[in-house]
Write a protein that binds this ligand. Sequence first.
Ligand code: DC
Length: 220
Amino acid sequence: MSINIAIDGPAGAGKSTIAKRVSKELGFIYVDTGAMYRAMALYFLRNGIDKDDESAVNKACENVDISLTYENDVQVVLLNGENVNNFIRTEEVGNMASATSIYPEVRKKLVELQQKLAAQEDVVMDGRDIGTVVLPNAQVKVYLTASSKERAKRRFLELRAKGEQADIEKIEADIIERDKRDMTREISPLKQADDAVLVDSSDMTIDEVVMNIMSLVKKD
Ligand code: DC
């Protein structure tokens, strides 16, 4: 049986950085489920689909095929066969992903793919509903969070390091709005699974968070 580690939490909590590190230490595959929702969102944006028009989104889903492959241990998301890694990391795509991930058609397709992957391989999978819905039997579940102020600060520094302009207050407002939408949607809202361990990384370094999670894995 494959070993599954689920890491859920709000936007900007550091899930992908941590999940990547933990998967490397364990030799597991890292599965970034947010990237799948982003690739779907990219398709909707490219094709002018209105995020509020559920039937248009449903119809568009019929024409979307998402798959994952790995190049030098890096996850590559394929949208109808095209590597879209370079196009999915914008705020526009993130907001579209958050808005369209509320629809059952969108989720059904991606959850099936995620469950298939986790059944075949040892994975560290991060997202919003991994411990609650996608992998309810995961051996280790972590709910990774940080204050919205701290998450905005990290995002601000990341953008500045890339030489991009950023307004920290606007970033925090966006984060709060995205949290609210992800936590209050009807299907698979973001919430801590009953058996997940809460890790608040506001005052922790990346190394400390990784060590904390590794100790949970070893205990199991
Ligand atoms: O983790 P991220 O920022 O890349 O995710 C983008 C959006 O995708 C997020 O706001 C909500 C949605 N998402 C989801 O609904 N379920 C997941 N398992 C992962 C992401």
